[in-house]
Write a protein that binds this ligand. Structure first.
Ligand code: SF4
Length: 734
């Protein structure tokens, strides 16, 4: 707790209470105790004293009791030389100042002419609106309840220039926040600065000029109190519930611009009672977390360019973007849509060009929320039919963000991008593939909108987890190739986290239904030893995703009674798969390629299938373009196996699964592999050599045929027969 802040806030409260006492005495003298006092058209009396104390003040005389309450809360101004715990006193001083504010402000309503325009918006040069009536409360307050408006920024003072005032106001509006404007600095106020720049003010535009007096700050807290009484179920006098409601539900904060005098410090102290922190552009000291506000209580000095994002972070405000602002229709209905070659304007990544998608976390001060950068050509710079590389690199920051959540957020790119009409996205990690239709291009869709989609959709779905996201989109090959290895290193580290876990060591697996937008009956069962077939989700990711969103696509599946431990079949898993495959699959074996294997969606990294005459299986990676020994290229195979089908003899799976103890273990495991495309084989050389060592097979790696020695089943059989591949002497597959 900063001693200087406490001293100034308490001193300020004394000054405001003294002013209230003086003005009340004058009003009583001039008008008499019986004269009616009220804010316009409200059933909430003077809302702060009604809410906090249950007082129903209706006359000037009634204000005397409130004044006494304000005085009784006033702590002594601390001695400069004595150190005490100040927070309690500062909070009392703040509340005392708010009561005094209310007295001063309501007396204004007995004056002629009325200094305020009791309407929703300024008119005919009347700028100041004063207290909100109950019609405004009902219309606007509901937005705080349904999340349309997450909260408000109460701006006090004036910015150094009108330009800065406009920029900050616009930034706050973009975050859907209400901007409450009160008090000035040296005769200038932010409201007037906006007015001078021709900005439309009022409740309609969410830029609400309450008044130029420091006591007009009370109208922001009065509104907050009325919201708690009206929408939060708080009863008058139940100050605890009102303050808690505001702390938990109304994401508000004070922005102090310019010199902060004692009276403004007192307002800040009053706001802290509500859980509303103060962020200032000048150096007014700091109050770090102490339990009243969610995080820090006073933060300063903060540069104007950072003040909105810093305030959002300090208040713990979760941004949601009500609509995804892209020039094409957007919604889940478009997720299953495909873009055919003849309708396509541009194709990115996939088999033709390199690409990847990556999300990582950074420090809060390293991420600028909503920043989207393009490196390489934009869609307008290219011809129809162009094939381009594509890397999407997202950086998120948030106090609740954990590295375990990174792959889960990253895997959402697929669904979120697909929800845009005219976009067709497949894959993840370094096997992403995107098509953008001519129709989307003609509607004005740009590559930067990929970032816009991710910013909005991730905030909306996962805003509780992170606070800020910035996105870089690379469409030039040099950058994509430079960065892809960094991403791959992280993919490998993510995969390695599960190294020591086994399927036997857990009683719960996790499901994944993310790909049901394309393959409605597909369901992945993710076990410690079998990752999701896209390779992007392992068991830990499924667990973390469930913790993040208990109603989401990743659900815990208790194994239940064991039916066949060799094939990997459990009663509860069967039941879960049955219900979640829309009753199309009754039996599911986790470790078999022949009998009731897992369904395949379309996102698999690899396909393995039986080559009957060899008594073995072949495995092909999705980036291999050539013919395979089963007589189909990867694309044809994918069409045969994918779409949520259970196809005996064929499975889609991740690369990582090949190194698992449970890889087709019902049929003898990885030593059944008789053919693999060369690149994949080289990439997982270590894994294959390890399999050979574990099985006591010398040179197992070399025993696996690839396209350099065999492209037909006969050639594979010929090759493995000569070198006595272990598959030849294994029990028959059928
Ligand atoms: S392939 Fe499986 S694990 Fe991966 S996103 Fe699709 S359903 Fe989830």
């Amino acid at each position: 707790m900063s001693k200087s802040i406490a001293i100034q806030a308490i001193r300020g409260a004394h000054k405001i209470v003294a002013r209230a006492e003086k003005e009340l005495a004058q009003a009583l003298k001039d008008k008499g105790a019986g004269i009616k006092v009220e804010f316009p058209d409200t059933a909430y009396y003077l809302p702060v004293s009604y809410g906090m104390l249950g007082m129903k003040i209706e006359t000037l005389g009634g204000l005397k009791e409130l004044l006494e309450e304000a005085k009784s809360l006033l702590p002594p101004v601390p001695d400069e030389n004595i150190n005490l715990p100040y927070l309690g006193h500062t909070l009392d001083a703040g509340m005392s100042a708010l009561f005094a504010d209310e007295i001063i402000e309501v007396i204004k309503y007995t004056q002629h002419p009325l200094p305020y325009l009791p309407e929703p918006d300024p008119k005919n040069g009347h700028l100041w609106l004063g207290a909100a009536n109950d019609v405004i409360l009902r219309e606007r307050g509901i937005e705080f309840v349904d999340g349309t408006a997450p909260g408000f920024a109460a701006c006090v003072g004036a910015c150094p220039t009108n330009e800065i005032a406009v920029k900050i106001a616009r930034e706050l509006q973009e975050k859907n926040l209400y901007v409450f404007l009160a008090a000035g600095t040296d005769g200038k106020s932010m409201a007037r600065q906006l007015y001078e720049e021709g900005i439309e003010l009022g409740w309609t535009t969410r830029l609400v000029p309450f008044g130029d007096d420091v006591t007009a700050c009370i109208h922001a807290l009065g509104f907050a109190t009325k919201a708690a009484l009206s929408f939060g179920g708080a009863k008058p006098g139940d100050y605890k519930k009102i303050l808690e409601y505001n702390k938990e539900r109304i994401f508000a904060f004070i922005l102090a611009f310019g010199h902060v005098d004692d009276e403004k410090f007192a307002q800040a102290a009053g706001a802290i009672n509500f859980g509303f922190p103060t962020i200032a552009d000048t150096d007014i000291g700091r109050i770090l977390p102490t339990g009243i506000c969610t995080y820090e209580h006073v933060v300063s000095p903060v540069e104007h360019k950072n003040i909105v994002s810093r305030s959002i972070e300090v208040r713990g405000l979760k941004i949601s973007v009500s609509e995804v602002p892209v020039p094409v229709p957007y919604g889940p209905a478009f997720q299953g849509e495909r873009v055919r070659k003849e309708d396509m304007y541009v194709e990115m990544a996939g088999q033709a060009s390199p690409g990847f998608e990556f999300l990582t976390s950074k420090g809060l001060d390293e991420v600028e929320d909503g920043k989207i950068e393009i490196f390489g050509p934009e869609i307008d710079d290219i011809q129809e039919g162009t094939q381009l590389p594509l890397a999407i690199w997202a950086e998120v920051a948030g106090r609740n963000m954990q590295p375990d959540f990174e792959p889960i957020l990253e895997r959402q790119f697929h669904d979120f991008i697909n929800a845009a009409h005219g976009l067709f996205h497949v894959g993840q990690r370094d096997i992403n593939w995107l098509r953008i239709s001519k129709e989307a291009k003609n509607a004005g869709f740009k590559f930067k909108h990929l970032g816009v989609i991710l910013h909005a959709a991730l905030h909306n779905e996962y805003g509780k987890i992170f606070d800020k996201i910035q996105i870089r989109i690379y469409t030039n090959e040099k950058d994509v190739l430079n960065l892809i290895e960094k991403a791959r290193k992280t993919y490998r580290e993510r995969d390695a986290r599960l190294a020591d876990m086994t399927d036997e060591s857990v009683d719960t697996f996790y499901s994944c239904a993310l790909c049901q937008s394309f393959a409605p009956n597909h369901i992945c069962i993710i076990t410690p030893e079998r990752s999701g077939l896209c390779g992007a989700y392992n068991w830990l990711d499924g667990k973390a995703a469930y913790e993040m969103n208990a109603a989401g696509p990743n659900q815990p599946v208790k194994k239940g009674t064991e039916i066949d431990i060799v094939k990997g079949q459990w009663q509860n898993v069967n039941e879960f798969v049955y219900h979640n495959s829309h009753k199309t699959l009754e039996v599911f074996n986790a470790y078999s390629i022949i009998e009731y294997p897992m369904t395949s969606c379309g996102c698999f990294e690899c396909i393995s299938c039986v080559l009957p005459s060899t008594n073995g299986i072949m495995t092909v990676y999705r980036e291999y373009n050539g013919m395979t020994p089963v007589g189909m290229k990867f694309s044809t195979l994918a069409g045969t196996v994918g779409g949520g089908l259970q196809t005996p003899g064929f499975i889609g799976h991740s690369k990582h699964y090949i190194g698992s103890r449970k890889f087709v273990s019902a049929e003898g495991g990885a030593k059944r592999i008789v053919w693999m495309n060369r690149n994949l084989k080289e990439e997982i050389r270590e894994i294959l050599e390890k399999v050979g060592k574990q099985e006591g097979i010398e040179s197992f790696f070399d025993m696996i045929a690839d396209e350099s020695v065999a492209t037909t089943e006969e050639e594979v059989l010929d090759y493995i027969s000569k070198i006595n591949h272990p598959a030849i002497s294994m029990p028959p597959l059928f």
